[in-house]
Design a protein around this ligand. Structure first.
Ligand code: CMP
Length: 139
């Protein structure tokens, strides 16, 4: 059993497809063990994406992530990190496989609908960045 961190990003919430994405998460056997809607501040988005701070797209990414509310979640399941990345599809929706969330709902490499931890150490940083132990439900 493994946990990963997921975001339904502001583009997907604004388009009104958060419910359809959540359905896919549940249909694929993930347990949502924590979830909240939040409108990220500039400081929160910068801290979350600090690993990308030297990238040319960093400023634009922070602006995008703070443009409206998003839904942050902790997901649990067997091999959850790799399975959630598979269900999301490639970062660039133009390269995402059929049936993936990004293929169906993302509009660009930046406005790509969802986020997922890429490795166990990333999940170990990202889950407690947004959730206290008290907010994570044991199921
Ligand atoms: P995510 O999986 O959340 O991780 C970093 C985010 O940066 C990524 O999804 C995209 O939203 C964004 N991103 C990655 N590469 C690019 C790029 N080349 N141009 C703009 N945004 C990018």
């Amino acid at each position: 059993m493994q946990r990963t961190f997921a975001i339904i990003k502001p583009d997907a919430v604004a388009k009104g497809v958060a419910g359809r994405i959540l359905s896919k998460i549940e249909e694929n056997g993930f347990k949502v063990v924590a979830m909240k809607m939040m409108h990220m501040t500039d400081a929160q988005a910068r801290g979350f994406y600090q690993v990308h701070r030297e990238r040319p797209f960093f400023g634009s990414l922070v602006a995008f992530m703070t443009q409206g509310p998003s839904i942050v979640m902790a997901l649990e399941g067997d091999n959850a990190i790799a399975r959630w990345r598979e269900l999301m599809g490639a970062t660039d929706p133009a390269k995402a496989a059929a049936g993936t969330i990004r293929k169906e709902f993302a509009s660009s490499i930046e406005a790509n609908a969802v986020h997922g931890s890429d490795a166990p150490d990333t999940a170990a940083f990202e889950i407690p960045y947004f959730f206290s132990a008290l907010e994570i439900t044991a199921r």
